[in-house]
Design a protein around this ligand. Structure first.
Ligand code: MG
Length: 248
């Protein structure tokens, strides 16, 4: 068993984003968005040639859709291509993305949890730190169950609950604040772990004691963006938040 690294000592709770932090599912979302938007852009080319670009997973995904609800992500992307987001179009595209994502999710290949995240979860449980999972997705619970990590969390706030409770999507801090509230912890004593720009911004806006950005791309730009959007520190994998325990 490894010990918690210094930044996580003396915290009461850690709140994890789900896609891309707990499970390797951000890619699944990104490819479902790309297929959906590219099909739409082919049939409805934007007016200006400068906007004739397919959805780019490395740039459009983090800027416009990652961490947001389907509707908010769709709206932001259409606007980035100079397309007015009419509500029927937004609904249709959001539904099409959900169909594609769900098909892939249920294709019989479960999305695994990152081993570094699982190790950190066990160390937090051992240290009596409370843990929550948060996601803008309605499929977060299904994902956590399939990845065999659902039982490790004290609470989960997902997209369905956000809808039911009228919580705003990231970069508003509502999902994280709801999780902290359920864990009976004030934000200043809790940590947010996020891989989305909108997510680290939500952590900062919520007044959380520490905001950890996760950059699995190992790209300098991405790390800088996470820092400038509110991350206090950035790691490539959550195992960096653990250290070898002292010899007995
Ligand atoms: Mg994420």
């Amino acid at each position: 068993m490894r010990d918690l690294a210094p930044p996580l000592r003396a915290v009461r709770a850690v709140i994890f984003d789900t896609d891309g932090v707990i499970t390797d599912s951000a890619r699944l979302h990104a490819t479902a968005w790309k297929a959906t938007f590219d099909a739409y852009l082919r049939e409805h080319p934007p007016r200006l040639p400068a906007h004739w670009r397919p959805f780019d997973i490395s740039t459009d995904y983090p800027l416009y859709v990652d961490g947001k609800s389907r509707r908010e992500g769709t709206t932001a992307f259409l606007e980035s291509r100079g397309i007015k987001p009419i509500s029927e179009t937004v609904e249709a595209l959001a539904a099409a993305k959900d169909r594609r994502y769900t098909e892939r999710l249920r294709s019989g290949n479960p999305v695994p949890a990152y081993p570094g995240t699982v190790d950190l979860l066990h160390a937090l449980l051992e240290a009596d730190v409370l843990v929550a999972a948060v996601s803008a997705s309605r499929h977060a619970r299904e994902l956590l169950v399939e990845a065999h990590v659902m039982s490790l969390f004290d609470t989960v706030v997902d997209g369905s609950e956000a809808d039911r409770l009228g919580l705003r999507g990231k970069p508003a801090p509502d999902l994280f604040l709801e999780a902290a509230h359920r864990l009976r912890t004030v934000p200043a004593q809790a940590v947010v772990v996020e891989d989305a720009l909108a997510g680290v911004e939500a952590g900062e806006r919520g007044g959380f004691g520490l905001v950890v950005g996760v950059d699995r791309t190992a790209g300098r730009n991405r790390t800088d963006e996470l820092l400038s959007h509110g991350a206090d520190l950035v790691v490539a994998d959550l195992c960096e938040l653990l250290m070898e325990g002292a010899a007995p």
